[in-house]
Design a protein around this ligand. Structure first.
Ligand code: UD1
Ligand code: CA
Length: 456
């Protein structure tokens, strides 16, 4: 039997999002909300995870995949009823059951670890998470007896003024003794007027059974705000972003304006790198030390070495080796690879191409499906014409080549090392190493007077 099983309640309709997308699929810092909860379960080492989903939630299964089990709550009859749906898949498989919601991405893993640790140390029937707050947020109140032991959770709908005044709130996160939960949960009564089954009533049941109820009380309400609206969504993003940004700053990264640095959770950044304002670092991005990224840049799923510079540019699915630079207004697309010290100036685009060390491409150029050597000069407005309307073709440029401004390199085409291409040439045939071509279409002038090219 596993120690820990997790039931994630996510059958709510999420109507207040006013969205065609299921609430728990809305991304929070680039990651669908539900994957934050699933991630917590995995990081806690859960041996079994069950997602309670509602009608029409196939998209949730598609997003989360096969790593968890699913159970359908066909009718939304309350949190107690939702948790009960997980009984079939979890009963007899785990000693403890952690119940989480699918809409609380700002929880800290450390908090959940502490909750599980408290539960496994004391082995009560229930260990619940509470928070002290003078803003009730509509949460249920934790009621304690004369000895200060938690004895009930009371929802606002049925609370007396005395209970309404209590400031210890139920967060909706619990550890249960599994054997006890699956035996007693079916006996939770239906609550009027809405006819719901409240998971919170398990606390009263445990007390009635003479069993213990433990509470882990936290003070940071930012951890436990569920997301019901897009206002909450933005707030959750802000909370998570601030935590991530603080960690990077403590690791030695300078954020010129932490409020406009949008750094997703999986991004790694080396020390003494500076992130300038209004910059998004997304997905599986890794940036070395002493780099300067931004302002006004997006780097997604890319690997950047040390001392790189990205100024006002978009870098997606690309690699930049040490001392490579791009921008302003540059665009690296999937498979772009800039070797050491490559300089890409303004209005350059590179896709599915390797650009060798020290090569310069200063202005207004497009390089796609190309292999470019070292120390090549790519003049302003050069284009690799890689697409013939049906298929993509490759351009190869050897080391030290000089491509004049406005050259059109019609792929497939091979430009030899140290070859020279005249300005405005339309190159439709291979050029040998050291060759000289120009004109439309470009012709070989290698043997002619290099200072005074004439028609060939
Ligand atoms: C619940 C708690 C309340 C606590 C609050 C914290 C109960 C009765 N009350 O309140 O004490 O302070 O959470 O946020 O448990 N869900 C289902 N199926 C259902 C009902 C809910 O899957 O039939 C899921 C929702 O998708 C949601 C979560 O359970 O993720 C919580 O539901 P919600 O209606 O927000 O709980 P509250 O009644 O607000
Ligand atoms: Ca709620």
């Amino acid at each position: 039997m596993h120690e820990l099983g997790v039931a994630i309640l996510a059958a709510g309709q999420g109507t207040r999002m006013r969205s065609e997308l299921n609430k728990v699929l809305h991304p929070v810092l680039g990651k669908p909300m539900i994957l934050w909860s699933v991630g917590f379960a995995q990081q806690l080492g859960a041996g079994a995870v069950t997602l309670v989903i509602g009608n029409g939630a196939e998209a949730v299964q598609e997003t989360v995949g096969d790593g968890v089990q699913y159970t359908l709550q066909a009718e939304r009859l309350g949190t107690g009823h939702a948790a009960l749906q997980a009984k079939c898949s979890l009963e007899g498989r785990t000693r403890t059951v952690l119940v989480l919601y699918g809409d609380m991405p700002t929880l800290r893993l450390e908090t959940l670890q502490a909750l599980v640790a408290l539960h496994t140390a004391r082995r009560p029937a229930v260990t619940l998470l509470s928070v002290l707050s003078d803003d009730s947020m509509g949460f249920g109140r934790v009621v304690r007896d004369a000895q200060g032991r938690a004895c009930a959770i009371v929802e606002e709908a049925v609370a007396t003024p005395e209970i309404m005044a209590l400031q210890e709130l139920n967060c909706g996160v619990y550890c249960f003794d599994a054997e006890w939960l699956w035996r007693r949960l079916p006996e939770v009564p239906q609550t009027m007027p809405k006819g719901e089954y409240y998971l919170t009533d398990t606390v009263g049941l445990a007390v009635a059974d003479g069993l213990g109820v433990e509470v882990l009380r936290i003070s940071d309400v930012s951890e436990v705000q569920g997301i019901n609206t897009r206002v909450h969504l933005a707030e959750a993003e802000r909370i998570l972003r601030r935590r991530i940004n603080e960690q990077h700053m403590l690791n030695g990264v300078t954020l010129a304006d932490p409020d406009t640095a949008y750094i997703e959770p999986d991004v790694l950044i080396g020390p003494d790198t500076v992130i300038q304002p209004n910059t998004s670092l997304q997905g599986q991005t890794r940036i070395g030390a002493h780099a300067v990224i931004g302002p006004n840049s997006v780097v997604r799923d890319s690997i950047l070495g040390d001392h790189c510079r990205v100024t006002g540019s978009c870098v997606e699915g690309a690699t930049m080796e040490d001392h490579a630079e791009i921008g302003p207004f540059g665009h690296l697309r999937a498979g772009a690879h800039l070797a050491q010290g490559v300089h890409l100036g303004n209005y350059g685009e590179v896709k599915a191409s390797y650009i060798g060390p020290g090569t310069k491409m200063g202005h207004l150029s497009y390089v796609g499906n190309a292999r470019v050597g070292a120390h090549v000069n790519i003049g302003a407005g050069t284009v690799t014409c890689n697409y013939d309307g049906q298929a993509k073709h490759e351009t190869v440029i050897g080391d030290g080549a000089f491509i004049g401004s406005g050259a059109m390199l019609v792929a497939p085409v091979n430009i030899g090392a140290n070859a020279r291409i005249g300005a405005g040439a339309v190159v439709t045939h291979d050029v040998p190493a050291g060759g000289l071509v120009y004109g439309v279409p470009a012709r070989d002038h290698s043997s002619s007077d290099k200072e005074q090219p004439r028609e060939g």
